[in-house]
Structures are given as C-alpha cells and as structure tokens.
Ligand binder design. Structure first.
Ligand SMILES: O=c1[nH]cnc2c1ncn2[C@@H]1O[C@H](CO)[C@@H](O)[C@H]1O
Ligand SMILES: [Zn+2]
Length: 365
C-alpha cells in the first residue's frame, strides 16, 4: 500500500533543496526582533502577520528588480554576528522541520558589511548558525546537513573577492559559488575571470540564469562561464519546441543542458512572482520534467513566496498530478546535483532517500 500523497506526508518525506536564499527565508517575527535589537527602523510593519503579507505582496510584482527590492529589509538586519547566527540557525531548523535532509543555502556576504563586519567573520557567523540549527534539529530527532553557497552580486564588482572567500572556507561548509541579483544588463560573462578562477580551484558553482533574461543568458552561463547547474533556467524552454502533434524538438542549448545533466534549480512560486512564468499552468516545469531534464524543486525565498520545499512540491503535485515516483525522481535529481563529495551523495541517495521513497510508494510490502 502506498502512503497517501498529502501535504503532511510530503512534509515528512526526505527532501533535498539546492536553491534557498538565507536572506529570503527569515521568520517574520525574527526580522521584527532583530530590527529592534539592531536599530533598523525602516521595516514596513512591526506586526508579524502584516509583515509576512507585505513581503508576499510586494514580491508579487511581476518584475525581478522590484522583487529584489524587498531584500533591503532582510539584509538590513543581517549586519551583526549574532543576528546572522540566529537567522542561519533558524533556517536550518525550519528546513529540517519541513523534512529537508540536505540543503544548500546561499547568501551574499558582501551585503552584510554595512556596520563593518569582515567577510570571513560573516561566513563564520553563518556556519556557526547552521551548526547550531542542525544540532537543535537533531535534538528534536531530525537530521539535516547544510552546505552553503556564497553569492557575488551581479551588479557589484566583488565576485572575485567572494569567490576567493568561498575557496578559503571550502573545508568549513562552503560548497560552492553563485551570482545573484538583477539579470538583465548584467550577463554572467561580466565575471568570466572569476568563473575561470573557480574552475582552476576545482570549486563548484551554479549561476542564476534564464530567469528574467532569455536563452542567451543560459548559453553564456553554461558555455562561456561553465555553470554546473542553473538557477531557475526557465527560459531554456524557449529552446524546446512542441509541435501540434505533441512532438518535442530540442534546440542545441537545451540538448546540451539535458545531455550534460546540468541541473535546473526550479522555484515555481518565485517564478510566478517575478513574472518568469505567467501562471503555474504555463510554467515549463512539466515539459522539462517529461523530457527528462535534471529538474529539481526549490524554494528560492521562503519569506517572499510564503512557501516551503514541501509546499512547492504540493503545488506541482496538485497542478500536474505527480505521484511519489515523481517526487522521488526530482529529489534524487537534486541529490545527484548537490555540490558535495560523490561518496556523500551516494550515501544520501542509497541510505536515506531510496529506502524512504520505497516505503512511501509501498514497494516490497
Ligand atoms: O530569484 C532570484 N534571482 C536573482 N537574485 C536573487 C533571487 N532571489 C534572491 N536574489 C538575490 O540574492 C541575494 C543573496 O541571497 C539576495 O539579497 C537577493 O538580492
Ligand atoms: Zn535565487
């Protein structure tokens, strides 16, 4: 007998998230507490419910640029060691409570320097928070491992510095690098030397691409910069043609991405808010999944989208009729594309994910 695919069972199922921003996942009450403690006086509300609604509605702007404006407030309180540690600890606890067993959480250290913190200090405070959150989750009977990705901001000029920071902290939890921020006008080739440097250091990286800009951005990220995964990548669908008879034809970029098993870090709710997809029905997720791209399911920003990994799975299950075998496939896709050692990925897949999904699907009973 298979377990019913309810939202509660989706929450309990072990999941892997590859694309989750630390500064997009604060608890509203924490934001209010920290604003008070750190003297940040520009919050739109000091009531947790009102603030949560403000984020969801303001982020629902149809434009990535306006969506990103909301981060001024979360970043605004991430300026002290203690605040950063608390936020990271709670992120690990919240992800674990949602059934996430392995998470890659990203943030841009350069944005936490408004009060003079050093970059290394910021990374250390974040790592301390994740360790604390993981140990609290363990005390509650939940196992979570968190790896971090450091983001350089595309509109700034500090990617090289941040890439070097990532390499410096590679043995203490930093597993990769990314560039985030506005996409239009800031192609990934602006940082091409940094990606070259990262490859020479054998460091993993993903690139936000094909979110608010089209296929050329995806092509640059993959072919000129060497991205191993793509943040969103929704515009890759522009290179997939569905004929009137339902036949599907891939262009060269899409074929390459599929052939090389380059993972797509898809974040449906975020894409609806930024206008990367007009509606869930028109989102390319089901097409790319059916064509066997390495699609993964992610949150992007839990605060702005008022979502969790399991609620994002819930949306897809509801809209496209997915079953446990699909949830398992998307989860295994994420585990395969994680920026951790092969042996650790194997253990995650063989010892945690496969047995759990076998039980959920009712195999062998
Ligand atoms: O979907 C997105 N696309 C591009 N940039 C983003 C997205 N979500 C968040 N950030 C940006 O990444 C920074 C570091 O975490 C955030 O401060 C935000 O500006
Ligand atoms: Zn993102």
């Amino acid at each position: 007998m298979s377990t019913p695919l309810t939202s509660e069972n989706l929450r309990l199922a072990p999941k892997v998230v590859l694309h989750d921003h630390l500064d997009g996942g604060l608890r509203p009450q924490t934001l209010i507490d920290l604003a008070k403690e750190t003297g940040y006086d520009r919050l739109p509300s000091t009531d947790a419910g009102t603030l949560a609604t403000w984020f969801r509605e303001s982020a629902n702007s149809g434009s990535l640029e306006r969506y990103l404006e909301t981060f001024a407030h979360t970043v605004g309180v991430m300026q002290t060691r203690d605040a950063i540690t608390r936020i990271a600890a709670e992120a690990a606890e919240d992800l674990a409570a949602d059934g996430v067993v392995y998470a890659e959480v990203r943030y841009a250290p350069e944005q936490s320097q408004q009060k003079g913190l050093g970059l290394d200090e910021i990374v250390e405070a974040t790592q301390e928070g994740f360790a604390l959150g993981a140990s609290r989750a363990a005390a509650d009977g939940r196992t979570i491992r968190v790896g971090t990705l450091l983001c350089g901001m595309r509109q700034a000029d500090r990617s090289q510095e941040i890439a070097e920071l990532a390499v410096r902290h590679r043995d203490s939890g930093v597993v990769g690098f990314d560039i985030a921020g506005p996409e239009a006008g800031f192609p990934p080739t602006r940082q091409i030397d940094t990606f070259e440097y990262l490859r020479q250091e054998n460091m993993h990286f993903t690139i936000h691409a094909g979110e608010s800009f089209g296929l050329p951005s995806v092509w640059e990220a993959v072919q000129r910069c060497g991205a191993e995964r793509l943040g969103h990548g929704v515009r890759l669908a522009d290179d997939v043609t569905v004929g009137e008879d339902g036949s599907v034809k891939l262009g060269e970029v899409a074929s390459y991405v599929r052939d090389r098993r380059i993972a797509l870090e898809m974040c449906p709710s975020s894409n609806l808010q930024t206008g990367a997809a007009k509606s869930l029905e028109e989102h390319p997720f089901p097409l790319l999944a059916a064509e066997r791209f390495r699609v993964t399911v992610n949150t992007d920003n839990r605060l702005m989208s008022d979502c969790t990994v399991s609620s994002e799975f819930g949306l897809l299950v509801e809209a496209f009729g997915y079953g446990w075998e699909d949830v398992e496939r998307f989860t295994l896709n994420a585990a395969k594309a994680a920026f951790i050692d092969y042996e650790d990925r194997r253990a995650l897949i063989d010892d945690v994910l496969i047995p759990a999904y076998q039980a959920l699907a009712g195999d062998g009973s």
